[in-house]
Design a protein around this ligand. Sequence first.
Ligand SMILES: Nc1ncnc2c1ncn2[C@@H]1O[C@H](COP(=O)(O)OP(=O)(O)OP(=O)(O)O)[C@@H](O)[C@H]1O
Length: 902
Amino acid sequence: MPSYTPMIQQYLHIKAQYPDAFLFFRLGDFYELFFDDAIKAAQELEITLTSRDGGDERVPMCGVPYHSAQGYIEQLIEKGYKVAICEQVEDPKTAKGVVRREVVQLITPGTLMEGKGLTEKENHYLAALTPFADGTYGLAYADLSTGEVRLTLLSSWEEAANELHAVGAREIIVATDSGEEWVRELKERYGAAVSYEDDTSLCDEWNGVIGHVAQEKLRQAAARLLHYLVRTQKRRLDHLQPAELYQVDHYMKMDRHSKLHLELVETVRSKGRKGSLLWLLDETVTAMGGRLLKQWLDRPLIDRREIERRLDFVETLKTSYFERQELRDRLRGVYDIERLVGRVSYGNANARDLVQLKKSLLQVPALRQTVGALPLAEADKLCERLDPCEELVDLLERSIQEQPPLSVKEGNLIKDGYDKQLDRYRDASRNGKAWIAELEAKEREATGIKSLKVGYNRVFGYYIEVTKPNLPLVPEGRYERKQTLANAERFITPELKEKEALILEAEEKSIELEYELFVAIREQVKQYIPRLQTLAKAIAELDVLQSFATISDEYRYVRPQFSTERVLVIQGGRHPVVEKVLGAQMYVPNDCYMNREREMLLITGPNMAGKSTYMRQVALTAVMAQIGCFVPAERAVLPIFDQVFTRIGAADDLSAGQSTFMVEMLEARHAIAHATQNSLILFDEIGRGTSTYDGMALAQAIIEYIHDHIGAKTLFSTHYHELTALERSLPRLSNVHARAIEENGKVVFLHQIADGPADKSYGIHVAELAGLPASLIERARAILAELEKAAGKQEAAAGRMDDGALAEAGLAFQGNEALDVGSKVEREKASRPSAGAAREGVLAEAAFEQLSMFPDLAPAPVEPPLSSKEKKALAALKEINLLEMTPLEALNKLYELQKLLK
Ligand SMILES: Nc1ncnc2c1ncn2[C@@H]1O[C@H](COP(=O)(O)OP(=O)(O)OP(=O)(O)O)[C@@H](O)[C@H]1O
């Protein structure tokens, strides 16, 4: 063992306590890293690796300046590392021997308090997971930046895994004896860092957080989290809020696959927010509202009273346009109170933070007034929670300057008149400066040097400057030479130095005093933490509700109504995100009718016809209704769903080593094992991942099982046309199809869902559209004709020759080229009396149930959709870039478009 210098020995001693973290060791104005930490950090941060004399040997070293350390720390945390901040805890000037140093904070991926790692509209959670012998799991999690703490008990690993996903913690804390495999799974599946904490004993000082928690398991789960926080943060965490207890079955349950398939908070393809339901719904204007919206979307309600309460608000705000605009304007002036409070509690809030807090509070009286004037009983309750904290505003108004600097150690923080002593120092400094300002004129007169100047620099302080030609006029004896420049000399006088000393002393003292006063004010703000947190919650809620109202107004959404009879009526329903992306005029609305006699819809139709979109829109409508938002439809009567299961589209677990088919089967099993008659199931082409017969057999068996044993509302899309025959054997199953027609030998998707099975496969047309070689297409047509002949014989034998919509459409409108596709659809609809029978049944039931609130539940007239030509023309029109066209080109384009429409 080499013998090291005392400082390196100190380093090694401290580092031994933090083996899994980078130790940022404060040395003057730098944080230095040594040994392996230095080698690794130099690589990760791309900084220069040097070395330092450590005694018997040189030790590897690298470092970052203290004032720019934050960025480097964030980089390491982002990469999943931990950073221990080790500060000098005594004044180096008075220290004997090596300055005493201590780790003051361990920053980990789950305990970020500031910086780019914190996304404004997202929570940043740290979770602790505690398994119990009976197979249950205690989950405790906290967002240290906002002080929120939540606790729940989960009945199985499956439930716990799901909840962990919903929470999306950056770091998960477990016991040290947790199995290696489990820990690896936690790391890989959740992309979270894993940390350890074994202490689950309770401390009295946590009463504010878990004093109200009675259940022992939950207390233990919370204790693991709190011990870890205390151990790493090494300070009082006054902003931790009383833990919120919840049970997952008090909310609509959705596993992570279902959430992903529905693209609730991120899209399947990019895993980004854009294109998700959250992206569409987010018209919040505060960070707090943004975070709450995501929380609501993660946990739709099943308590009808609470849903209706939110809807009442949304309805009122939707119709109160001016009040809503006023609220939005005011909310824009509100900063992130929750995180400001977090920083106050942490002791790292600066004066600008307090100014932001004050400015936010100043918006509250107007918010209160506007909310209070809303014609809604509930509004009063919300008003009560909008606490303007007047005394705090008054304190901040009197004390903190309006535009303070970032640093709290350079003065300019405190207003004049707040503290007498500070005013005295400031007077001294101001008087001294005024004296100096007058000095110039006085000395010019005394010496007769017109160009004489009084100046200041950091090295020499105040001086009198005289240019070379005037040097003979300088009064020898009174002026003392201090500095020689190229064409001037600088002097001082004893009087000037005396004043300077006074000024500097006063300034130094006032800066020190300002810092002390500031810290004291910050301590005072701490007393308001619970009130500020209540206020922050109320503001967040108001913001989300106004966001729902804004969206509902903008996109013409309607208030959903709820049925206790398991009736579902959606008229003129749309997929909210597809509608936004395509534009309302391009989107074809669809109806959906289900009840106890019509529990399952089997959806057939060509690829690209809109089956998945239709299924998703039904589920999204249910989710939106249950978070308390209006829904994209002309009318909606919905059951309150306890769970939603979806299996739609691309497989996403291939990376986890499972085949598409296996994932599909696992998800089907999950749905079948958990769904109830109050659930909604969406299955998109289940079974397609295996051979035709296998797949079809499985699909049929799954449908039958759900039909006979579960009774959940189910939408099942399939390409197995044979399954449409099930309608005859399963009384609660009905066929519907996504419509398409042929036009000039090409397939046109109407994106309309109609009753009955699809008649024909349009796969070949789609292949043609995709540009496969003509000879190949022709060959496929020949094969199809053969197959159809064979199938035709079978169907005839079974007594089932569907007179399909297409054949009908073809007959009814043969030779009438002038009619566009839209009117064909209308006419065809009218010509099929049987198609609406099921719908009438459901409507009658819904009307009966909803009689008082739903007097005119006759089917609403459907707007004729745009023809494909019109869609094309519109699309082409949108594409035109007028800035890059000559007038003649524009005229030509217009002519082309007109021709297209004729
Ligand atoms: N109601 C609608 N109005 C307008 N466009 C729609 C509508 N529904 C779907 N579309 C458009 O059609 C495209 C295909 O829809 P979707 O993916 O739902 O078809 P699909 O029948 O499920 O196809 P596949 O069988 O290949 O999965 C969508 O990308 C969307 O742009």
